[in-house]
Ligand binder design. Sequence first.
Ligand code: MN
Ligand code: MN
Length: 464
Amino acid sequence: MEEKKDYRAELFYEQKNGYDTLTDERRAELENYCEEYKRWLDISRTERECVRNAIELAEAEGFTAYVPGMQLKAGDRVYYSNRGKALLLAVIGAKPMSDGAVIAAAHIDSPRLDLKQLPLYEDNELAFFKTHYYGGIKKYQWTAIPLELHGAVVTKDGETIDIVIGRDKSDPVLTVSDLLPHLSGDQMSKKLGEAIKAEALNIMVGSVPYADEGSDRVKLAVMSILNSSYGITEADLISAELFAVPAFDVRDLGLDRSFIGAYGHDDRVCAYAELRAIMDLKEAPARTAVCILADKEETGSDGVSGMKSEAFEWFMSKLCASDGSGLLDCFANSICISADVTAAFDPNYPDVSEKRNAAKLNYGVGLHKFTGSRGKSGTNDAPAELVAYMRRVLDENGVQWQMCELGKVDQGGGGTVAMFMGNRNIDTIDAGVPVISMHAPYEVVSKYDCYMTYLCMKAVYGDK
Ligand code: MN
Ligand code: MN
């Protein structure tokens, strides 16, 4: 009998719950890492805030802003902020850029309610902001929860005014109303996706009228608050990027504190893992390490700060020029970890997953050979050679990983930045943290998986 058991162990692929092999020492590291991530995430609720806070951490770790023409040598640490909304960091390697870079790309934008460019109006002596949702949301989840207002207003003379209302506990919060159950007869008989209309996602902002006899007195009172706090007028809101995001604090979740509950894990949980991993490189890696914090993934990666933007080519070509390498040679020899979250198997909704290939909480960083939908449409399909490379590097470094698929075939699907990197002739694979309630105002991840994703990025950056 014993012999047969060994035979199974030899031939079968078996996965273990991460906590079964976690040492006390690693457990302590895991908790430390997650505490630091929680602190960062709590104050990083927009791409601009992520970039700002990432630069602050990176500068403390010796990174400096890249200046065109800068001569770079092995071990140098530079970053490039793309319009304050996306960030590229690099640690220059010992080998020339033509030998390729080791790239990790995560996104720092998350689903939310964007204010329209003419947001403020009054209806029945109440003031509201009109919104246009950003990314894939289930609209019913965004009503009757506390919201904060984050973003930037840019005035005609070019001054940028940063706004954060609601993060400080003494600030007010905002909300979108929902109907009371008593009067929801019609609403409750509608399909879930149709019960809340996008144009009903209007944010309550005030009710006290301005003390005069004119029209729109509540709107005027709200505008006067914004004017006295920030010196802005209604016209300035036209050149603003203001987002309503959930006002939930980042908290330990579960009686055993094994999870983190927060808004915006997708994909700041992978962004932070990459950022920490590249900052951990204390000396020159073999090949240049590049960390990308991208914007606009949730709307398709288009635009100047998205992963389709040639801002990436701009930065990489500068690094290449510094040692006389060709950009296309660099791309041909590079690898990219598209670091994005995946769907964790949820026992409350087992029907949407195929259990054998679904990501499990506490089973480590989730690799995806492919994503996409309907017969792998819209996917980067990582070459088997790259999957094999990842198996080796992760196993050698004691990183627990799992191979996953995003739900049952034909159930839906999704994409990441992977295909935009693959299209550039860069070998690319998806790897990230499994998430419960992805894209909800409050998402859940396992601390163990967060830590393993960080170790994954470290292992890949550090590989000779
Ligand atoms: Mn994502
Ligand atoms: Mn997403």
